[in-house]
Design a protein around this ligand. Structure first.
Ligand SMILES: Cc1ncc(COP(=O)(O)O)c(C=O)c1O
Length: 406
């Protein structure tokens, strides 16, 4: 007889095989957090080079004070959904501040960025509707599409002409289609060609939804993300983002000029059936948003670090994502190389994210680094030296390594 656990058995075997390589690759414990860029891992002081802490705000004194004060004033949690006792004055104020930041009519705050995508996609679309998504979109977008029950069509990554072809085939349904892309893509750090995509969507009168999870606070003159940088904010229908990256907390949001946005609250199960973000989260996020708006030097520092790492790893011959970005992913052909390199980096006191298929865009493996404004130049140098040691080890073994470009 089969059991509900049978399908987990292959995972047990895979996990065991990984453990036999001498590390618990996907359960690394941060034993003590020292700062936005350092933790104790395996008893060793380790540089964190895989967080999404782009502006380094997790230890910002003003954000921490705001969070502590909110706990004292309003308690540790809301114990209710936005619809049932979980909307506090802070949630409403943050929605106003987000709408103001984007120059949009309104905003909705969700419990996480994942939930924002689930909530928006399932609240906006349903059976009979069509969603066109970039094939490299994040899992939360795929899951939101599934929850919606809409027809889902994938188009080739960052390819407006493929999008055009697929919209063309939809005939009159194209005018009501929802196109979903990301600002900066989370795996390789590449930007969406937003000018080209908006031109295509305008041709058909379709709707455009941009997930700026990795671009909020990172690009655009005011830090609003790729739509700002590309000068197309007016033509984007929905912008989604998260508080868990540049803003250093947890939560998600959507902003839009469509007056119907407010109605999505009533149609969105992920908005209705989960507890709202706690007062401390809302308070630190509001403070972080103020900092994002008033301290552009953090973005400058972030980009200095990003360029430094991208350039140094390129010079060493590593194969990276297509453009410099705070996400600097080293692309490797083989899973074995990725596991061995990841472990060596950790032993040298550098933690990066290990990404294996099927989570990678092209079936390869990634050592995904991400930079923070809080990294010091010395820390970036240490990260580079750790990668250089992989290069040296490959050289001394006198064999070309898969994924290291020649
Ligand atoms: C593009 C994108 N959207 C949404 C999310 C989900 O955000 P959160 O972790 O805040 O739930 C992520 C998380 O990594 C992401 O990369």
């Amino acid at each position: 007889m089969t059991t509900i656990f049978d399908k987990l058995q292959p995972l047990a075997a895979t996990r065991q095989a990984l453990l036999e390589r001498g590390a618990d690759f996907f359960n690394t414990v941060m034993e003590r957090i020292i700062s936005p860029t350092e933790a104790v891992v395996d008893g060793r002081r380790t540089i964190l080079a895989g967080t999404n802490n782009y502006l380094g705000l997790t230890f910002d004194p003003d954000c921490m004070d705001a969070a502590c004060q909110a706990v004292r004033e309003s308690g540790t949690g809301t114990t209710g959904s936005r619809m049932a006792n979980g909307t506090f004055a802070g949630h409403v104020a943050l929605e106003r501040e987000l709408a103001d930041f984007y120059g949009c009519r309104s905003a909705i705050v969700f419990s996480t960025g994942y939930v924002a995508n689930l909530g928006m996609l399932s609240g906006l679309t349903g059976p009979g509707d069509v969603i066109l998504i970039d094939s490299d979109c994040h899992a939360s977008i795929y899951d939101g599409c599934r929850l919606s029950g809409a027809e889902v069509i994938r188009f080739r990554h960052n390819d407006p002409s493929d999008l055009n072809k697929r919209l063309h085939r939809l005939d009159e349904r194209a005018a009501n289609a929802l196109i979903v892309v990301e600002g900066i893509y989370s795996m390789l750090g590449d930007r969406a060609p937003l000018a080209g995509l908006t031109a295509v969507k305008d041709d058909y009168g379709a709707y455009l939804f941009v997930d700026e999870a990795h671009s909020l606070g990172v690009i655009g003159d005011h830090g609003r993300g790729l739509a700002e940088e590309a000068g197309v904010e007016e033509r984007v229908d929905f912008i989604v983002g998260t508080f868990s990256k540049s803003l250093g907390a947890i939560g998600g949001f959507c902003v839009s000029n469509h007056p119907e946005l407010d109605l999505v609250r009533y149609a969105s199960r992920p908005y209705i059936f989960t507890a709202s973000p706690s007062p401390s989260i809302i308070a630190s996020t509001r403070t972080a948003l103020k900092i994002l708006r008033t301290r552009p030097e953090l973005r400058t520092r972030l980009w200095n670090n990003a360029h430094r790492l991208y350039q140094r790893l390129t010079e060493m011959g590593f194969l990276l994502g297509p453009e410099p970005s705070p996400i600097v992913s080293v692309r490797l052909q083989g899973k074995e190389d990725a596991l061995a390199h990841w472990k060596k980096l950790l032993e040298r006191g550098v933690y990066v994210n290990l990404v294996l298929p099927p989570a990678t865009p092209d079936g390869g493996a990634l050592l995904r680094c991400s930079m923070s404004a809080a990294h010091t130049p010395e820390q970036v140098d240490t990260i580079c030296e750790a990668f250089a040691s992989l290069r040296e080890a490959a050289g001394s073994a006198q064999q070309p390594e898969a994924g290291l470009s020649s």
